[in-house]
Every structure is written in structure tokens, then in C-alpha cells.
Design a protein around this ligand. Structure first.
Ligand code: ADP
Ligand code: ADP
Ligand code: ADP
Length: 213
């Protein structure tokens, strides 16, 4: 399966991804995780991306399309993939279609994590992540077994620099202006499934499984 997860920051894409990935043996490509790794490693890509990310704006299409183009060549992605946080603009969606077309492939399903903006601030400001795996926790909704520590590795959790109310506002603006048109783009292709992303994680998982079965 070739799947896309689209939704505003905090809508639960990263939480559902590992479950879908394991069930269908797909590769999971999260452009936000890849960009943060590049920023941390101070690679040329990371240096170019940092300013936009800190402000809650989108990184340029060329940079993220380049990352995805490289990543999709991995053998683990050949059977199928989950794109989490990509495409975020119509240009990115068109480029993705072109990349896939070369191989006679196409996107099978777009999971739209539909949710009201009002819920997102509490989700974002309570989020703690384990940077190397991308696992996320929430102080109230999904606390780790030991406060501040990853359940699996025992390594410390961090809060993302952009996970505050002020930067969230810019990220939501970018979502509505630049990413909502992506949902329209795929709606025209009749491959969008709308999820009730405000429900508890287990309910969202059940909806995803129903859509993919
Ligand atoms: P969230 O999990 O809150 O939806 P991400 O981790 O996906 O956020 O993205 C964090 C930041 O990385 C974004 O605010 C943006 O600056 C950048 N980014 C991630 N994916 C893309 C993309 N496809 N296009 C442009 N910028 C992106
Ligand atoms: P995204 O990847 O879309 O930005 P995440 O999956 O990281 O979103 O979720 C944002 C925060 O909300 C995390 O702290 C996560 O633990 C929590 N969360 C995810 N899904 C739900 C849900 N259905 N109900 C309540 N909290 C959730
Ligand atoms: P090029 O070097 O001309 O870009 P590649 O074979 O490296 O051609 O792949 C181009 C893009 O096509 C990849 O980045 C990926 O998006 C996609 N792709 C590669 N292999 C497959 C495949 N087996 N199925 C679907 N898409 C693929």
C-alpha cells in the first residue's frame, strides 16, 4: 500500500503511523523527523531548513521533494510506504505523482486526520518525543511509564522547540493555506478517507483499520 497521512500538527499522524507500518510492513517516512535529524546534525539541508522550521513555516518544496525522492529509493519502501507530513503543498503532491508515475505506481489512499483547531494547542504543548525513534508521548493523554523517559530505550524525552502556542499558530496558518488544498487535490482523485481525529487513539486506529481493510 502507498499511503499518505495528512492533518494539522498534533492531529495524531505520528501516533498512528507505527501501528499502520507494522500491520502492513510499510516504510514510514516522516519529513518532519528527517528534517529535525538534519538540523541536529547541522547538515547543509538542516542549515537551510532550520529558519523556516523555527518560525513554523514550511520548508521549500525543492528541499523536501529531494528528501522524499531519495528516501523512496530504499528497498524497504518498494512494497509500500506511509508518508507522514508529506505532501504539504499542491506542488509537492504533483511532484510525488510524477515520481511514482515513472514506476507505474500511484498513491492508494490519503488518510485525512480531520480535527478542530481548538483541540490542538493542548495536544501540542503536552507532547514529549523520543528524538531518535520519533515516538511521541503526552503528559495527559499518553504519559510514559516513567516521567520524561522513553518506555522502550529508557532514553530522555524532549519537547520540540516549535511545540509552543505561538509557533503553533503559524503552523496552523500554513496548514490551512497550503496543505488544505492538498486534500482537495486528492479528493478529486477520490482517494481520501476522513478520520475523526479528535477521538481517543484506539478509536482512530479502528477507523484506520476499517479504511485499509
Ligand atoms: P507536525 O508533527 O507538528 O505535523 P512535522 O514534524 O511534520 O510537524 O513538521 C515540522 C516542521 O518541519 C514543519 O513546521 C515544517 O517547517 C517542516 N516540514 C515538515 N514536512 C514538510 C513538508 N512536507 N514541506 C515543508 N515543510 C515541512
Ligand atoms: P502529529 O504527528 O500529527 O503532529 P502526534 O501523533 O505526535 O501528532 O500527536 C500529538 C500529541 O497528541 C502527542 O503528544 C500524542 O501523544 C497525543 N495524541 C495523539 N493522538 C491522540 C488522540 N487521539 N487523543 C489524544 N491525544 C493524542
Ligand atoms: P530516478 O533516479 O530517475 O529519480 P529512481 O528509480 O531512483 O529514478 O526513482 C525515482 C522515484 O520513483 C523514487 O524516488 C521513488 O519516489 C519512486 N520509486 C522508486 N522505486 C519505486 C517502486 N518500485 N515503486 C514505486 N515507486 C518507486
Amino acid at each position: 500500500k502507498r499511503l499518505i497521512l495528512v492533518g494539522p500538527p498534533g492531529s495524531g499522524k505520528g501516533t498512528q503511523s507505527p501501528i499502520i507500518k507494522d500491520e502492513y510492513c510499510l516504510c514510514h517516512l516522516a519529513t518532519g523527523d528527517m528534517l529535525r535529524a538534519a538540523v541536529a546534525a547541522k547538515t547543509p539541508l538542516g542549515i537551510k531548513a532550520k529558519e523556516a522550521m523555527d518560525k513554523g513555516e514550511l520548508v521549500s518544496d525543492d528541499l523536501v521533494v529531494g528528501i522524499i525522492d531519495e528516501a523512496l529509493k530504499k528497498p524497504s519502501c518498494q512494497k509500500g510506504f506511509i508518508l507522514d507530513g508529506f505532501p504539504r503543498t499542491v506542488v509537492q503532491a504533483q511532484k510525488l505523482d510524477e515520481m511514482l508515475e515513472i514506476h507505474g505506481a500511484k498513491v492508494d489512499k490519503v488518510l485525512n486526520f480531520a480535527i478542530d483547531d481548538a483541540i490542538l494547542e493542548e495536544r501540542i504543548t503536552g507532547r514529549w518525543i523520543h528524538p531518535s525513534s520519533g515516538r511521541s508521548y503526552h503528559t495527559k493523554f499518553a504519559p510514559p511509564k516513567v516521567s520524561g523517559v522513553d518506555d522502550v530505550t529508557g532514553e530522555p524525552l524532549i519537547q520540540r522547540k516549535d511545540d509552543n502556542a505561538a509557533v503553533l499558530k503559524s503552523r496552523l496558518e500554513a496548514f490551512h493555506k497550503q496543505t488544505e488544498p492538498v486534500i482537495d487535490y486528492y479528493t478529486k482523485k477520490s482517494i481520501v478517507a476522513n478520520l475523526h481525529a479528535e477521538k481517543p487513539p484506539k478509536d482512530v486506529t479502528a477507523e484506520v483499520q476499517k479504511v485499509l481493510s
